[in-house]
Design a protein around this ligand. Sequence first.
Ligand SMILES: [Zn+2]
Ligand SMILES: [Zn+2]
Length: 249
Amino acid sequence: MRIIDQHVHSEFSFDSIESIENYLKVSDSPIITTEHADFECFCMNGGDTAFDYDEYAEQVEELNKRYDNRVLKGVELGYTERVKDRLLEFIDKREFDLILLSVHENDEVDYMDSMDRNSFREILPGYYENIIKSVVDFHHVVDVVAHMDFVLRNKEYEMEDVFEQESLIKSALEIIIKYDLALELNTRGLYQFKNGRYYDYLFSLYKGLGGKRISIGSDAHRIKDFKLNFDGAIKFVEDRGLDVSNIKF
Ligand SMILES: [Zn+2]
Ligand SMILES: [Zn+2]
């Protein structure tokens, strides 16, 4: 079985300079990019990260002519409640093969910022509450809930801090399952940020609640991270009795 990497950024994302064509050159199979669309971000001093869709669609079309229709179109929506209408407007009447739903920040904190254990424990419930809200508001238009380990990155924490939030985490997973969305295994989170214990815990809750579908994505922003450790990630999912739901070819 060969699968598409379902979380990839190119130069259409504000934090990547990799061309889509470079991903095609290292791959003999279909690819998808999932470019950032966040609005009025704390991380951008109130600015947007959203890309020019027309330019993106035009480039994908041009590449598809030269590369045997191997490019699919995707987007990673950065949810905050305040901008949900702008996000819906961004995807409205536009064509995407895959839509990721992410929570990157609240209006005061970028969830990837480093912080001490006390601050981490303070922001954690709000993080899961925002994921729940994001699914309530976007389940009808998205495919995957991305990187539920985002809040753990660059933090000092213990797993006990996460266990304290089990009822909220379960509520988030229940609603993901209810709407049949896939839960992402982000290989950057698993391998670079070493959140294996957390994913193990998260997936055991997910499976216990009846969840099955896992989307694997590298979250690559450059070629060298594309399909990062996918063989290990597929095994990680299958060893836990879950299904890899990625587009297969
Ligand atoms: Zn993200
Ligand atoms: Zn991403």
